[in-house]
Ligand binder design. Structure first.
Ligand code: SAH
Length: 253
């Protein structure tokens, strides 16, 4: 049996309880060493074999899994954050399905949650933004034309960019072409929840320069939107004394 597990954004205590239990029971762990904090692996069994997949191909990963299956062991495939985002898990799961190998998935705290926590941020403030766009700048991995950053930018919602720190001049241009004013609040969060975490608030038109000053080239998220410097947001209806919900009767005020 193979378990795809989210390791969380970095801090080793941000893996889920279920994920931790699966790690402790694993006979083989394959982890993405470029981004997963190795401290997360500390609870493994002494007999557990570990593989850093940063230098492996999909074929090599599958070969390790096949062998573990033949031995009747439990395999954990550990991905950074939550495996459901930019995890390249579909191709692995399809290959396992073809070979009749059972698998399941255990979610994790994605970096976009880690980065919000680093900034004490709520992405969805009534009256400002009720949506979050998670995307990336097109780079060596293309992005479908209809999802071009400039067209998503027309909504001016809260936005989180993964995998884009090396392309911030293009990001600045596309965001402004699409509709965000240059002075829209933005932030760069490097290694959210790690000991080395760095976070800087800036604006859409200063993203590239800010990353340069921070000396940050990768493992960072770019956050965009007025929720980063909120002014004039509305109170939630849910906790408004005058608002009746399924759990609480509103009172006249
Ligand atoms: N599945 C992961 C994302 C993997 S893609 C998740 O849910 O978080 C890898 C990209 O995620 C990195 O290039 C970087 O943009 C971002 N990232 C991962 N961990 C991060 C962290 N701790 N802080 C900031 N960005 C991070």
């Amino acid at each position: 049996m193979v378990h795809f597990v989210g390791a969380g954004p970095g801090a080793p205590d941000l893996i889920t309880v279920r994920g931790q239990r699966l790690l402790e029971a694993a006979d083989v762990i394959l982890y993405a060493g470029s981004l997963v904090n190795p401290e997360v692996l500390e609870g493994r069994k002494p007999s557990c074999r570990i593989y850093d997949t940063a230098r492996m191909t999909l074929e090599e990963v599958l070969e390790v899994i096949r062998k573990a299956e033949e031995e009747g062991g439990q395999t954990v495939r550990l991905h950074t954050g939550d495996p459901c985002l930019y995890g390249a898990i579909r191709e692995q799961m399809d290959a396992l399905e073809r070979e009749g190998i059972d698998f399941d998935m255990c979610p994790g705290v994605s970096a976009f949650g880690g980065a919000a926590a680093a900034l004490n941020l709520e992405y969805t403030l009534p009256g400002i933004s009720q949506s979050v766009i998670i995307t990336r700048m097109a780079g060596r991995t293309p992005v479908p034309e209809r999802e071009k950053l400039s067209s998503l930018a027309s909504h001016q919602t809260s936005m989180v960019l993964f995998l884009s720190t090396g392309l911030l001049r293009d990001v600045e241009r596309e965001l402004q072409e699409g509709g965000y004013p240059g002075d829209t609040p933005a932030a760069i969060v490097y290694k959210a929840t790690w000991k080395e975490e760095k976070k800087v608030l800036c604006t859409v038109d200063t993203l590239a320069g800010t990353a340069e000053e921070m000396g940050v080239k990768n493992t960072a998220l770019i956050l965009i939107g007025r929720v980063l410097a909120p002014e004039g947001y509305e109170r939630s209806r849910l906790y408004d004394p005058g608002f009746t919900t399924g759990f609480r009767k509103g009172t006249e005020v």
